[in-house]
Design a protein around this ligand. Structure first.
Ligand code: ADP
Length: 363
């Protein structure tokens, strides 16, 4: 529903200091009020705005109260009939010759359906991302099993050693203590690995925190480590050591890197004539971004399909879903970055993405 003229205010200017407003009938209907029934006022308007959005709406209106000031704000309202709606108000400020605001004229649209669609879309994207993550994790099962198994082997070995030190005459308690320290350390390591995998498998709402991107990449490399060695892939990393932090969702960014590594491994499976090498690097760019590069020497991407690989359901693999890169690009863009592919001059493909660094952050 779109209203006609919404606000019309004369001096004193609209805002907390004024209580004059004229609403059209349609405008009143959007707010769930009977036309002519209520004396519309600034305070009654503010009262209808959802408390969580109130300060933001007030600030937007006050900020727009200046010569040529324009208002555009989306917010929730709680109508007197109990129905919550999403609306968008647009307005323009008219000032007198001294530049003093005289009135703001605007309109309000009911955008509840659009908001619902946006919400459904985000939910679908997040479900799809999870399915794709689970599929990639599935491909790495043996690598993950190996990763979990390593600390467990260490625990058992140290446990055996403890028994030997205890049965010695006299018992070697300092050695027992040493082994127990190892057992606790390795036990914690196994717990950490399982926690990371569970987080990747969970359907959790994205949560942005300040992250060191090199740590995020290293965590993924650890998960995929034996998949790399099983496929005779040599990994080279070149991480800038003084990188500022980025603001992001750890699981989503892990998913992006996991996708790129899994694709690189796939692309190198058919290569036998030269060593399989994967290099992952990170560095800061001059324009305040962090650039992550994943370069392989696999079968490469034809220059004419460099953009297609990011389209949903584009795949050249027999069992591919064609979702990994399109989801990865969506994730990167939702973090304020960009992602693209390059065809290497010699052999293979390079995938790069940027993430904005947190302003003022230092490593
Ligand atoms: P999937 O892996 O299921 O095919 P993706 O979206 O991850 O889905 O990848 C889409 C396509 O992009 C792949 O099928 C492949 O053709 C191409 N591709 C992705 N990464 C590489 C790479 N490192 N080297 C060559 N081609 C690649």
């Amino acid at each position: 529903m779109k209203n006609n003229c919404g606000w019309l205010k004369k001096r004193p200017v609209p805002g907390p200091g004024s209580d004059l407003a004229t609403w059209s009938d349609r405008h009143s209907q959007i707010f769930g009020l009977e036309p002519h029934d209520v004396k519309h006022s600034w305070s009654s308007f503010v009262h209808l705005v959802d408390p969580e959005d109130r300060a933001r709406v007030q600030l937007a209106i006050l900020t727009a109260l200046k010569p040529h000031g324009a208002l555009e704000v989306e917010y929730r309202i709680n109508r007197p009939d109990g129905r919550a709606r999403w609306v968008m108000s647009k307005g323009r400020t008219y000032c007198d010759s001294a530049g003093e605001p005289m009135r703001m004229v605007g309109l309000t649209m009911d955008i509840t359906e659009r908001k619902q669609l946006e919400h459904d879309l985000l939910k679908t994207q997040s479900d799809l991302a999870r399915v794709s993550r689970l599929l990639t994790l599935g491909e790495l099962t043996s690598s993950i099993a190996h990763e979990v198994n390593q600390p467990l082997v260490a625990v058992v070995t140290n446990g055996d050693a403890c028994m030997r030190w205890l049965t010695a005459e006299p018992p070697k308690l300092d050695k027992v203590r040493e082994s127990l320290v190892w057992i606790v350390k390795e036990g914690k390591r196994a717990g950490e690995i399982i926690k990371r995998i569970r987080e990747l498998a969970k359907n959790k709402a994205p949560q942005k925190t300040e992250l060191m991107i090199n740590d995020v990449i290293t965590e993924v490399i650890n998960l995929a480590g034996s998949e790399l060695s099983n496929n005779q892939v040599t990994l080279r990393t070149e991480f800038a050591s003084d990188l500022p932090t980025v603001c992001g969702d750890r699981v989503q960014l892990q998913q992006v890197i996991l996708n790129l590594i899994a694709n690189a491994i796939d692309a190198m499976k058919s290569i036998h004539q030269h060593p399989r090498e994967l290099s992952i690097s990170s560095r800061a760019t001059d324009d305040g971004q962090i650039l992550i590069t994943v370069r392989d020497c696999g079968m490469g991407v034809e220059p004419n399909i460099l953009e297609n690989v990011f389209k949903a359901f584009f795949t050249t693999k027999k069992e591919g879903m064609g979702l990994g890169l399109s989801i990865s690009r969506t994730i990167v863009e939702a973090h304020g970055g960009r992602m693209w592919a390059l065809s290497n001059n010699d052999q293979g493909a390079t995938f790069q993405f940027t993430l904005p660094m947190v302003a003022g952050a230092h490593a």
